[in-house]
Design a protein around this ligand. Structure first.
Ligand SMILES: Cc1ncc(COP(=O)(O)O)c(C=O)c1O
Length: 386
């Protein structure tokens, strides 16, 4: 048995990324060119979206999605606190106020009842998050949004390839934002994508990502004569490069293979966790097909100190681990400036009791067995306070 460290996550690259990246480099066209357009087309096709717009990362995607809905100062946006802090930070960037609500204790996804209770006459949008790739209850969130005239901006940073009631995440009637950060299922280094059912919204998103310019670089290159662009509105530089898109095209072609391996590893973890009375694996509600972007484990009632001792022991034994999910409202950055709606008890408990175990496409069964052995020792050792 090798005792090389096992990382928490690891992108899977092979000759296909190398080949497409090299082609992009040799073409000399390294940003906002044909590969970005092709990646957008293939991504939209894959997730069943009318349009997909590539951007520099998912944080930018969330901000732009709020921006096209006209959300800004004075507006409230309902978000779970139990998510990566980028969700709330995007609301701040748009100038609006995040309103933190609690999650369901088993799925760690936002609780639609709590969303409903948090709606005020200033609420303009809700950002449901498909946490660690597990689809949120979209049906109930969408119904609430319709009833109260709210925009839905789905934070699908972790959820490429996941399905809700048989439909791919990204295919529904609202904007969804994806990430291609190295901890995600598809990796382009940095990178993001926004899917939308509305072609006009897509035009606007492409303009906003490119300093508000009325015409894309691709269109300008393809036109025969001179084209003078206009700037009908203020925009930003949230462009994806063709180098990232080249990697994304190669990654997307392997999505089914990645999902199959992730699901097999998750099923194996689920089965082995039966031998761990202290641990609870991820819940998968009826109709949800997660992509297992991460494998999250809850250590029953351990609390933050004991959970941290387990994470520390895993790390020291060469097994990558992290605390499970963060409670954004407990971070100093969000101690003020946001509104908390109701009790965030389930959020605080999940933030204290959960951790992540390694899961990546190239992980072997033997590595997974080592993780489980290390988890057993780490849990046992954590029983004694330091
Ligand atoms: C739930 C969630 N939202 C947003 C983001 C931000 O994505 P990015 O790093 O691509 O900006 C992440 C990234 O980790 C995330 O997990």
């Amino acid at each position: 048995m090798s005792d090389a460290p096992i990382p928490l996550a690891k992108p899977s690259f092979d000759e296909s990324e190398e080949r497409l990246l090299l082609e992009a480099l040799r073409s000399g066209w390294v940003t906002q060119g044909p590969r970005v357009a092709e990646f957008e087309r293939l991504f939209a096709e894959r997730v069943g979206a009318r349009e997909a717009v590539a951007v520099s990362n998912c944080s930018a995607a969330l901000f732009l999605a709020l921006r096209v809905h006209g959300i800004g100062p004075g507006d409230e946006v309902i978000v779970p606190s139990l998510t990566f802090i980028a969700t709330a930070n995007a609301v701040e960037l748009a100038g609006a106020t995040p309103v933190f609500v609690d999650v369901e204790p088993r799925t760690y996804n936002v609780d639609p009842d709590e969303v409903e209770l948090a709606i005020t006459d200033r609420t303009r949008a809700v950002i449901p998050v498909d946490q660690v790739g597990l689809p949120v209850d979209l049906g109930r969130i969408e119904a609430l949004a319709r009833e109260h005239g709210l925009a839905v901006v789905e934070d699908a940073a972790c959820a490429v390839g996941s399905r809700w009631r048989g439909e791919p995440i990204g295919s529904r009637d609202h904007l969804a934002c994806f990430s291609f950060h190295p901890r995600k299922v598809l990796v382009t280094g940095e990178g993001g994508m926004i899917t939308t059912p509305d072609p006009d919204q897509a035009v606007r998103l492409r303009r906003l990502r490119h300093q508000g310019m009325s015409i894309s670089d691709l269109e300008r290159h393809q036109s025969e004569g001179a084209v003078i662009e206009e700037y009908p509105e203020i925009g930003y530089n949230f462009r994806m490069s063709d180098l990232q898109a080249a990697v994304g095209i190669a990654q997307l072609a392997k999505l089914d293979e990645f999902l199959a391996r992730r699901r097999a590893l998750a099923a194996r973890y689920d089965a082995r966790l039966a031998d761990f009375p202290e641990a609870i694996g991820p819940a998968v509600p009826e109709g949800s097909e997660p992509n297992y972007q991460s494998y999250i484990v809850r250590l029953r009632g351990f609390g933050e100190d004991r959970r941290d001792r387990v994470v520390d022991a895993l790390q020291r034994s060469g097994v990558g681990s992290r605390r499970g999910l963060m409670a954004s409202h407990l971070e100093p950055a969000w101690a003020t400036g946001a509104r908390r709606a109701g009790s965030l008890r389930h959020t605080e408990e999940a933030a204290a009791d959960t951790l992540l175990l390694p899961l990546f496409t190239a992980m072997t069964d033997e590595q997974q067995d080592r993780v489980l052995q290390a988890l057993r020792s780490a849990i046992d050792a954590s029983a004694e306070a330091p």
